[in-house]
Write a protein that binds this ligand. Structure first.
Ligand code: AMP
Ligand code: FES
Ligand code: ZN
Length: 307
């Protein structure tokens, strides 16, 4: 197969775009998709001061590199979860990457916050992944607001977004559907959240990371039973193979036709948020979920209170 643009030997075939690319043309294609994703959804401008959440996986490292190459103002944020063996390895990948490319990095240690994930796991009677996700999102937001950042970017790709959208649609979860998308504006107590890779599939981000020589952390979290939404991702992979381009069409259709509807429903139902009694974070529960987890870990409150 020949490269669609320059006729050199193609190394990446992309049926959804009716194209195949050589390494250099693929990197150009990738960059154009990122630029298009930023422009079409008006994610941010060169004036924004962007905090990029970097886990050490391929997507978030690729995102940091790509935004820096496009000359956006970026600072990395790594949350060190304090999981033996796993967290040290992920953190060191992120630190070496930022060092190599001369990129600014903030590391936030959960152990110092009284929230090392193994301690949280011991105290909670429910799967750790949802509590861990809640803790990470809380600190993404807190570090962004405390540091005066105007946007928080994560490495979610099209496959992540589709799997989550599909799961929300299967349950017709209006509140989740209202908040899903590559752009969530800043509202009282919450930083603007953006997902610049929303147009790019996991296959494309993996190829990009490989062609850019990015060394990333591959070991799965020792507490997770496998990647989230695995079954949905498989289903969509089959659909995409039969109908190339279906994923992006489905997601773009939701952004154009569906999301506004659910946002209206959510507004009408109007959940009232007030500052958390302990930390000031917006919550509908008096004390926010993360402060309740902290109390449970410190033994001040029974674990059920943090359920
Ligand atoms: P995941 O939910 O693990 O697929 O991660 C989704 C996105 O969240 C990643 O692309 C990162 O941007 C961010 N992220 C996940 N874990 C961390 C972490 N420990 N530190 C910083 N960012 C993270
Ligand atoms: Fe949070 Fe595994 S429990 S990354
Ligand atoms: Zn709180």
């Amino acid at each position: 197969m020949k490269c669609t643009r320059c006729k050199a030997t193609a190394v990446v075939a992309l049926p959804s775009h009716h194209a195949g690319f050589c390494p250099d043309c693929f990197k150009d294609f990738f960059t154009r998709q990122v630029e298009k994703g930023i422009r079409r959804q008006q994610l941010f401008t060169p004036e924004d001061n962007i905090l990029v959440a970097i886990s050490g996986g391929k997507d978030s490292l690729a995102l940091m590199l790509e935004l820096a190459r496009l000359e956006y103002r970026v600072t990395g944020l790594h949350i060190d979860l304090g999981i033996p063996n796993s967290s040290e390895a992920a953190r060191s990948v992120v630190e070496q990457f930022c060092d190599k490319h001369g990129l600014k990095l903030i590391v936030k240690e959960m152990a110092a916050e009284g929230l090392a994930i193994p301690d949280v796991k011991k105290r909670l009677n429910r799967p750790i992944c949802s509590a861990c996700g809640k803790i990470k999102r809380y600190y993404f937001n807190k570090v962004a607001l405390d540091g005066g950042f105007t946007a928080l970017a994560t490495g979610h790709n099209l496959d992540d977004e589709i799997a989550r959208l599909f799961s929300n649609v299967l349950r017709w979860d209006a509140a989740y559907l209202a908040d899903q998308g590559p752009y969530l504006p800043a509202t009282g107590g919450f930083a603007k959240k953006v997902k610049p890779f929303w147009r790019l599939s996991e296959f494309e981000t993996a190829n990009y990371a490989f062609l850019q020589g990015i060394e990333y952390h591959t070991a799965p979290c020792p507490y997770s039973k496998g990647a989230s939404f695995t079954m949905h991702k498989r289903l969509w992979a089959d659909l995409e193979e039969e109908m190339p381009g279906r994923k992006l069409d489905f997601y773009r259709g939701f952004l154009a036709e569906g999301r506004a509807h659910f946002a209206t429903v959510k507004e009408e139902e109007g959940e009232k948020l007030a500052p958390c009694s302990d930390c000031g974070y917006p919550t509908s529960a008096g004390t926010c979920g993360v402060c309740r987890i902290k109390r449970a870990v410190a033994g001040i409150e029974a674990p059920e209170a943090a359920e």
